[in-house]
Write a protein that binds this ligand. Structure first.
Ligand code: ADP
Length: 279
């Protein structure tokens, strides 16, 4: 059953590609982007905007970037493994959990320094998956924090999985689940390209931006999604968002590298990007 928090709620996902130097071999925060985005959130989340009925509640979900992906892929977390490898896998899980927690601390600290009441929520301590999909996620905590004016901050995390013993729960799936069951008013995904293209824009100069996506067929036609990280890259994102569109929750993918884009999106101004919506 769908439940609503008692506030007008926006869910903002900030990609790991934005807040970290994603291709770096070492975990590295992109402080320039992080601080700029904190400023944009701060400006949008001002009392003035609350009064203007733009936004009462904000949930932030962030990706793992160069913090989570190296240990997760080194230890192949989420792939099937024989029982004798369990001890080593546990170390990989713990290393990944520790790395993403560290990034989350930097993100929350930056938000707090900007005067935003960010509270960290580590999904590996209360969410489990079955075949890599969430099936047990108590949203009451998030609701309570929202109703008390906090900004819950969640992030992609390794979790226990019924089938594979462990899995990587992507920020994109977390966002989808929260938006679905708390019934979000708006969902904004900030990544490092302008939206969904007909080809990977990083490798194809002639890639064209698709302004609106409304069916899985359009996604299947997307020629290249080669930049696939351990959580599925752009196709994974769009699939999550399409399942939201199905139940009437629209979302938009925008370029968080563009100064002002997140702020504008939070304030409901038109921003270049891809809208995921039901036709
Ligand atoms: P984030 O870390 O922001 O969540 P990802 O790195 O997982 O983002 O996914 C964004 C990347 O997906 C882009 O940098 C782009 O290179 C890649 N990509 C692959 N195929 C496409 C496509 N068809 N349209 C847009 N981006 C694509």
């Amino acid at each position: 059953m769908l439940t609503r928090v008692g506030v007008k709620m926006i869910i903002l996902k900030i990609g790991g590609s934005i807040i970290t130097e994603k291709d770096s071999k070492e975990p590295k925060v992109d402080y320039k982007n992080l601080n700029r985005i904190c400023n944009e959130i701060k400006e949008s989340f001002s009392t003035e905007n609350i009064n203007a009925d733009l936004m009462d509640g904000l949930v932030i979900v962030h990706g793992a970037g160069s913090f989570g992906h190296p240990p997760a892929s080194e230890y192949k977390i989420g792939q099937p493994f024989p029982n004798e490898e369990f001890p080593e896998k546990r170390i990989g899980f713990a290393k990944t959990q520790s790395a993403v927690k560290e990034l989350n601390t930097y993100v929350c600290n930056a938000l707090i320094e900007h005067g935003l009441p960010a509270v960290s929520m580590q999904v590996s301590s209360f969410v489990t998956t079955s075949d890599k999909r969430i099936y047990d996620f108590d949203l009451e905590f998030i609701k309570n924090y929202l109703n008390n004016g906090f900004i819950p901050v969640l992030y992609g995390d390794p979790v226990l999985d019924e089938k594979y013993k462990m899995a990587i729960l992507s920020g994109d799936q977390i966002l989808q689940y929260i938006a679905r069951f708390l019934v979000s008013d708006r969902v904004v995904l900030g990544t490092d390209v302008d939206g969904v293209y007909d080809k990977n824009p990083k490798t194809h100069d002639d890639a064209k931006l698709i302004e609106e996506v409304s069916s899985i067929e359009e996604i299947i036609q997307v020629e290249s999604t080669t930049n696939i990280d351990v959580t599925g890259g752009m196709v994974g994102k769009v699939n999550e968002l399409l399942s939201l569109a199905e139940i009437g929750v629209d979302s938009e993918i925008i370029n968080a590298n563009r100064p002002g884009a997140i702020g504008d999106a939070l304030q409901n101004k038109k921003v270049k990007g891809t809208k995921i919506t039901k036709k």
